[in-house]
Design a protein around this ligand. Sequence first.
Ligand code: ACO
Length: 429
Amino acid sequence: MSETAELKLPGQTIELPIVVGTENEKAVDISNLRAKTGFITLDNGYMNTGACTSAITFIDGEKGILRYRGIPIEVLAERSSFLETAYLLIEGKLPNQAELDFFTNRVRRHTMIHEDIKRFYDGFPRDAHPMAILASVVSSLSTFYQHEESRSEADHFSLNTVRLLAKLPTIAAYAYKKSIGQPLMYPQNSMSYCENFLHMMFSTPAEHYDVDPLMTEILNLLLILHADHEQNCSTSTVRMVSSSKASLFAAITAGICALWGPRHGGANEEVIDMLTQMRNEGGGVRKYIDQAKDKNSKFKLMGFGHRVYKNFDPRAKIIKAACDKLLSKMKIADPLLDLAKELEEAALKDSYFIERKLYPNVDFYSGIIYKAMGIPTVAFTVMFALGRLPGWIAHSKEYSNEPGNKINRPRQIYIGEPLAEYVSIEKRK
Ligand code: ACO
C-alpha cells in the first residue's frame, strides 16, 4: 500500500496521499484538502510547493545534479548540440540520425521573419531594451500565424515550435543591429544554428565575416546549459499561461517577460554592472562582500545564490572552465574576470556565504563569456532566452498534453478589510 501522511487540523485528522517521484522525491498530495476540510495551504514564494509532476528535468540542489530527460548536464555539455538537446527536451528522447536531420533542416527552413516584421524595428526607440523587443516581436508572431485551423493541434504545436526555435535568433540579432544602426543581416541557412546567430549579430554586408569556431562551440555550450531548469519563474509562467489555452507564442512571450527581471535571467547583466562598478570605484572586493552582508543595505552579490542549488550550481562549474578556455584562446585579459575570480574566492571563504550556502550561479560567468564574444551587456538576458526556449516549449507541451489538465488558479488568504461601507464622496475624509 502506498504511504500516506496524517494531517491534524482543529477538530479533524485526515490522511493525505504521498506522491513519490522516480528519484524518490516525496510530496504530500493536497489536491483534495480544501474539499475535505475547508483549509488551503499557504506558501509565499512557492518555497515548498510542487506545482506539477514533470518528466523533463531533474535537479538535486543539495548534490548539485542537473539532468535533462535523465541525461546529466555534464554529458550533454560535452557531447550534444543545442538543437539535439532541444529535441531531447521537447520530444522526450534523443533523436536518431534521421530524426535529427529532419528536425535540424526544418528549423533551418524557418529562420527568416516576415518582411513586415522588419518594419516594427523602425518603430522601436534606438535604445529600446532588447528584451522588450524580443517580447514584442515574439508576441506579434501570433498575428502572422493565426489562420491555421486546418492543422491538427499537434501539427500546429510542432510547426510553431520550429518557427520559434528558428526565428528567435533572427529576432534577437535584428534587435542588436537596430541598436547600433547597422543593416539587418538575413540568416544563412547553410550554417549551423550557432554559426548563423553569430553571423547575423556580427557580419555586415560590407565585408566577409568568418564565424569563429571556438565562439560557435562555446555558444552551443551556453545554450545547452540554459536549455531547461524545471519550475523556475519563467517556466512556471509559461505553464501558467499555457493552462489558459493561450497560444504558444503568447506563453513564450510571457516567459520572456518573466525572465527579464534581475532576480532571474536579468542577473547576468547585473553581474557585469556590479563588476564594472567595483573596478571603477576601487576599494577591493572585501568592501562589496561586507556591503552584501549588511542587513541595512539592499546590495546583494549578483551571480551568487540560488533558490534550488545549495551546494554548487553544476552549470557554473562547466561555464567557468569554458570562460577560461575562451579568454585564454582569444588572448583576452579581462580585468573584470580577475575581479570575478577574486570575488568568488573571497566570498567562498566567508562564513556568511558558507552558512547560507551561497555559491556562484550560472549567471556569474556567463556574462563574462558574452562580453568576450562582443555581445552587449544589455543583450545578455536575450542570450539566456535563446537558450531557455526549448525548455519553455517542452513544459508548455507537457502541460497541454496532460490528461484532465486544469487552468492554473492559485488561491489566497484574504487579509484586507472585512465587509465595508461605500461612503459617498462628500462624506469621505
Ligand atoms: N548576496 C548576499 N546575500 C544573499 C545573496 C546574495 N547574492 N543571496 C541570498 N542572500 C542571503 C539573503 O539575504 C538571506 O539571508 P538571511 O537568511 O540572513 O535573511 C539568505 O541568503 C537566503 O536568501 P533568500 O533571498 O531567502 O534566498 P532565495 O532562494 O529566496 O533567493 C536568489 C535566491 C533570488 C537567487 C538570491 O540568492 C539572489 O537574489 N541572488 C542574486 C541574484 C542572482 O544572482 N540571481 C540569479 C539566480 S540564477 C537564475 O535565475 C538563472
